[in-house]
Design a protein around this ligand. Structure first.
Ligand code: ADE
Length: 238
């Protein structure tokens, strides 16, 4: 099958590119000023296209969050018509739900937004997202991936309002892209899943901005190892 992987930060993508043996595409099939970068390769029975958001022209930093994730997924879906779209990256985990540094979650159920609040009937539901996730329980079991509910917002910190919404869906992974990726995948009729590796503990004693960089290497190496296993398993079973 054709698999589109969407990632935000170059540091997250680097071990994935290495482990999947992907090659950079210097002239991707989208207009030159767009910062999104492309890597491609054959992994087992699957054709893999990896789109990484690229850098912000003002700060030079990696583009993170739902805005860039939407654009990356749109470009990838238009160019490659994937069967499956995977949002891969890091997340905050929750000790009270068994989260620990370096644990990798495979998305389950639905993916939600926790920071879009519109108290108008109908729009309130739209704002929450709740986009469907394709479950891969067999692959998850074989690879030792924990099934996790993923919740998306555009902030690294946690407001009380965000926390209420995260609790209402019992999220295991708090991150900044998945719901946006899932929405675009749905527009194109592609299946969607996410693999998210824990860099920080949201309900722990340390602020996420401290833990994030401390644990980024471990989390991304674990993510890459699991992602390779996941893509290889897809060929044989899904
Ligand atoms: N990515 C990694 N950790 C995160 C957190 N705590 N919140 C949002 N995105 C994250």
């Amino acid at each position: 099958m054709r698999v589109l992987i969407v990632m935000a930060m170059h540091a997250e993508a680097k071990p994935v590119v290495r482990e999947l043996g992907l090659k950079p595409v210097e002239t991707p099939p989208w207009a030159a000023p767009v910062p999104m970068r492309l890597w491609q390769g054959q992994v087992g029975a699957n054709e893999v296209d990896l789109v990484v958001n690229g850098q912000d022209s003002e700060t030079g930093l990696d583009l993170i969050g739902t805005q860039a994730a939407t654009a990356s997924t749109m470009l990838g879906c238009e160019a490659f018509t994937p069967d499956l779209v995977v949002s891969a990256g890091t997340c905050g985990g929750f000790a009270k739900r068994g989260g620990s540094i370096g644990k990798v979650y495979l998305a389950t159920d639905r993916v939600w937004y926790h920071d879009r609040r519109v108290p108008i009937p109908g729009f309130d539901l739209m704002a929450r997202g709740g986009y469907p996730v394709t479950d891969f329980p067999e692959i998850g079991r074989r690879l030792g991936l924990k099934p996790g509910v993923v919740s998306t917002g555009d902030s690294l910190d946690l407001s009380d309002e965000d926390s209420k919404r995260i609790e209402s869906v019992g999220a295991h992974a708090k991150e900044m892209e998945a719901a946006a990726v899932a929405w675009v995948a749905g527009l194109f009729g592609a299946r969607f899943t996410a693999l998210k590796s824990v860099t920080d503990i949201v309900d722990g004693p340390h602020p996420p901005e401290e833990e994030f960089f401390e644990n980024l290497n471990q989390a991304t190496e674990n993510l890459a190892a699991k992602l390779v296993g996941f893509i290889n398993e897809l060929g044989s079973t899904a």
